[in-house]
Design a protein around this ligand. Structure first.
Ligand SMILES: [Zn+2]
Length: 255
């Protein structure tokens, strides 16, 4: 991205007055380190670039290539109702720190690099050409009010801007509050999100026969993504893809 000299002068002055800190390591960032994470934190992330599961987005070991089902998603016998799931990488190390900073630390700027990696993966896999609209997994209104934002919507917004696709932030509604999925065992997670989402009636016409990319921050069992895909398909979406910042086996699902 080109930055005008005036803009870079202004941001340079800001950096002097308010030094930026890496959202992962906490160390002050050098003036030439753009964004919100340090170079070493970014390098430590193992991107699911060439070795991944197209069904659930999980990174695979080096040299494995692309698989259509893996150890982490084989128990979801009917899949997630999605054509493909894209994840930046595993929910570990720097990537986990970034997700936590975004979700609980108020570090909204972290959405940018997460979205940039997702965009690169979506383009690499040709999914950018298949999707028509983008929507985030919603938070319950009370939780969003408490946090001040929906972290998945921040990522989705950046992805939509980069891919120049319509962003429908209020396409899916969370119709009831759910327990934090991270605290539940796997069968209970599915029950927990069952019937928790609905496509807003006035928005349904926007997705009839269209391909929807649904964006979430962390995918654990996939119960949340599967439920979102189910209501989108029921409302008439032609196809559903999912993009998540991190693929987890334990820990935080969408909350
Ligand atoms: Zn998989």
């Amino acid at each position: 991205m080109l930055i005008s000299p005036a803009k870079s002068l202004v941001s340079g002055i800001f950096d002097l007055l308010l030094p930026r800190h890496c959202a992962v390591t906490g160390r002050p960032l050098a003036p030439d380190e753009r964004g919100c994470i340090s170079a070493e934190a970014a390098r430590a992330i193992r991107l699911a670039a060439a070795d991944y599961c197209s069904r659930c987005g999980a990174p695979q070991g080096p040299g494995v290539g692309v698989v259509s089902v893996c150890g982490r998603c084989k128990d979801f016998k009917d899949g997630f109702g999605t054509s493909e799931v894209v994840a930046v990488g595993d929910y570990e190390g720097s990537l986990r720190e970034m997700c936590l900073a975004l979700k609980f630390g108020g570090a909204r700027a972290v959405a940018r690099p997460l979205a940039a990696w997702l965009v690169a993966a979506l383009i690499d896999r040709g999914i950018d050409k298949k999707i028509d609209v983008i929507a985030p997994v919603p938070l319950h209104a009370m939780r969003e009010f408490g946090r001040g934002y929906n972290q998945s919507a921040l990522i989705a917004n950046q992805v939509a801007k980069a891919l120049r696709k319509p962003m429908l932030p209020r396409l899916v509604a969370r119709t009831r509050a759910t327990e934090r999925n991270a605290l539940l065992d796997v069968p209970t997670r599915r029950k927990n999100v069952e019937g928790a989402f609905a496509v807003r009636k006035r928005m349904a016409a926007r997705i009839k026969g269209k391909s929807v990319l649904v964006v979430d921050d962390v995918m654990t069992t996939g119960a949340t993504i599967a439920e979102a895909a189910r209501v989108l398909t029921k409302a008439g979406a032609g196809d559903v893809f999912a993009a998540v910042a991190a693929r987890s086996t334990v820990g935080a699902d969408s909350a």
